[in-house]
Write a protein that binds this ligand. Structure first.
Ligand SMILES: Nc1ncnc2c1ncn2[C@@H]1O[C@H](COP(=O)(O)OP(=O)(O)OP(=O)(O)O)[C@@H](O)[C@H]1O
Length: 376
């Protein structure tokens, strides 16, 4: 990511187009990019889910809503408050019109009903308000949910005095790694790019085997994992419904297919995408299939590596809400400030693991303290 951004900036373009530029960048690199782009005098068009980044570099927001582009002046915070205002005003107009239509129907006055409903339209449909009468604002809702896991006796997962290095990589080694996860644990793994955060997560998951030391894992432990690797591993020629029914055939209810579709819908995958091959879905849509699958495996621990890279802001908030409610353990590697802040909100139950200089230490402070230390 650093290389492709450097390449784009180097040619000093008149129009700079950036698609999720903060994905994969560490805190320092994001700060550099924010400063650099704040002084950018030419045109910049950016797609990003990074609220803080948008607040710093943007002075106009284009919002795609209800199949139309809506233009807002100002940064993301201003967009958000104006959006909310537009939403409230639209719904208020809709409610007034709806009340008038209901009152006219009750009165039995067809003339009055036509007058309200028929502004600019010749045919009156009793049940459907015509398109030019005020419509209810089309809200976009998404709800993530991870079911309550069965209780297991602690410790759930432990790395004891672990050392790890990749074959033929003399320049990188993790040593003296001593960490543990239990039900209710909230951990954010932080550190610079290339420090070993994903490596640590892979050691916890059992995908990598320590060179030295011990891994203790509760026998019945189920782990839910998210990373780009898992998105790439989806079977692309299956539909989301086929894929999930193959993994989890025992669905309850009269229709197994409908049970799976209801879950996909909650995770924000529109229904017209449920029955098309996964290969035709966008990155964000594929990641919703992975999240649905994680939820269906009823995990005790969630190991999440950059889960927000393809998610929109509403979905990031929905993920944060779901993690908040989840009673199992959560270990998160993310460059998304907002998500880490949410996961580590309660300092009593959360920990920051700092991966740096070849080892892992618990940072003595909050995530805000960690960021302040980096900014000094
Ligand atoms: N499969 C592999 N084989 C050899 N070296 C690897 C492998 N995977 C990662 N590395 C190296 O191990 C080091 C740590 O990588 P890792 O992906 O764990 O870092 P990270 O902290 O997650 O980085 P980032 O923030 O950029 O995602 C890097 O130097 C990387 O080049």
């Amino acid at each position: 990511m650093r290389i492709s951004i450097a390449r784009a900036l180097f040619v000093q373009p008149t129009l700079l187009l950036l698609d999720e530029p903060t994905n994969h960048l560490d805190h320092e690199a994001v700060n550099f990019l924010k400063d650099y782009l704040s002084g950018w005098e030419k045109t910049l068009v950016v797609v990003s889910h990074d609220r803080d980044f948008l607040n710093t570099v943007c002075n106009e927001i284009i919002h795609l809503h209800d199949m139309k582009l809506h233009f807002y002046r100002g940064n993301y915070d201003l967009f958000e408050s104006e959006y909310e205002q537009r939403r409230k005003e639209t719904n208020k107009k809709f409610e007034i019109c709806d009340k008038q239509i209901k009152a006219a129907k009750r009165s039995g006055s067809r003339v009055l009903l036509e007058k309200i409903k028929n502004k600019g339209k010749s045919k009156v449909d009793e049940d459907e308000p015509p398109r030019n009468t005020p419509q209810k604002w089309k809200d976009y809702t998404v709800e993530f949910h991870f079911p309550k896991p069965t209780e297991l006796t602690p410790p759930l997962l432990q790395l004891i005095e672990v050392t790890f290095n990749y074959p033929n990589r003399e320049d990188f080694k993790l040593t003296n790694v001593d960490v543990g996860i239990d039900m209710g644990t909230r951990v954010a793994i932080v550190g610079p790019n290339g420090a070993g955060k994903s490596t640590l997560l892979n050691l916890l998951a059992g995908d990598l085997v320590p060179t030295k030391g011990e891994v203790r894992r509760s026998q019945k432990l189920r782990i839910g994992r998210y990373s780009q690797h898992f998105v790439d591993l989806l079977t692309m020629d299956e539909t989301p419904v086929q894929y999930l029914l193959r993994l989890y055939p025992g669905q309850e209810g009269p229709s197994k297919q409908e049970a799976v579709r209801a879950k996909l819908g909650k995770f924000g995958l529109p229904s017209h995408n449920h029955l098309v091959p996964i290969t035709k879905l966008s990155g964000g849509q594929k990641s919703r299939v992975v999240f649905t699958s994680i939820s269906m495996c009823k995990p005790h621990i969630l190991l999440l590596d950059e889960p927000t890279n393809h998610l929109d802001m509403q979905s990031i908030d929905a993920l944060a809400d779901a993690l908040d409610e989840f009673t199992g353990g959560v270990v998160l590697v993310s460059h998304d400030d907002r998500l880490i802040s949410r996961v580590c909100e309660n300092e009593e139950i959360s920990e920051i693991w700092l991966v740096e200089n070849g080892t892992v230490k618990t940072f003595p402070g909050s995530y805000e303290d960690y960021k302040a230390e980096l900014d000094d």
